[in-house]
Design a protein around this ligand. Sequence first.
Ligand SMILES: [Zn+2]
Ligand SMILES: [Zn+2]
Length: 352
Amino acid sequence: MVEGKFNEIHAWAAKSTGIAVEPWSYKPRPLGRNDVEIEIEHCGVCGTDIHNMRGEWGGATYPIVVGHEIIGRIITKGEDVTSFNEGDLVGVGAQVFSCFEADCDACSRGQNPHCPHKVFTYNDRYADGEQAQGGYADAIRVDHRYAFKIPDSIEPEYAAPLLCAGATVFAPMLQKGINKGDRVGVVGIGGLGHLAIQFAHGLGAEVTVYSHSADKRQQSVDLGASVFVNTSDDDEVAANRYKLDYLFITANSKPEQYNEFISWMRYGGQIILLAVPQGQMKIAPAEIVFRNIGISGSLISGRDEVQKTLDFAAEHNIRPIIECLPMTKVNDALERVDTGKARYRIVLNAKE
Ligand SMILES: [Zn+2]
Ligand SMILES: [Zn+2]
């Protein structure tokens, strides 16, 4: 059996409910035959990290090490791993395990995030009872099928947010079959929205951005939008109704806003929810029936879609807008994300 190189993983952990992290170390799980050991170089900060540390999505087991936009190099591989070499630059996203069995309803359809045996990157447990811990750390061990090759043309720190934020917006675009000429709307220009604009534009769609901040107009155009709608301007909103084929909602919305969103769609339009606001949606059924409007949600992406996200970003020169901070400043980074100050994703450098 191959031994890993890290006997102890040094990490930044939340020890109780809240977003303060402190140094903590743990003994890694044994390196399985299909596993790789990755020395972490960068890790992005995702809003989901904060929700989990606060126990907002079903409680958390403390100490918890979050971080699921991980970039690093393979330093050890299990005896059955042939697709990677030591030294390869790889990424790890929001999931680290699924069963891959042919008779698994989810895995056989490429829907690994819904596999009953799935393990998320943190705040989750392996079948053997070991706690999965994330990327605010100097290393991680995962099944090699959840390590993704980073294309040479993408700088490591820019690749990090593609593992979660990028794949989260691109996966539903692939699933819906968004094509050249489709009219795609994006609500919100933040961590997800600024990537959704670029990916939709890369697919050849005509992109409309909706924001209540008029000062986001130029940036939206720079990212690939052809139309910008200032939602604080009623006339501008009214002039843009009934035209979208797809609408991606990447920002928290109020319950009464959904009928407004529906009025932006042409018949047969599809609304895709990526943000998870608390509370209920208030929708008039007639609005969705009379014009065949579909509403769906999308969690994280399947395994194949993560690699497609990275490859598509390389091919179409799509990059997140990031702020880089040393991992030793992780508490400042969390504070910036929590207060909505990050423009638009923060990436931690584990070597600083
Ligand atoms: Zn995430
Ligand atoms: Zn499965």
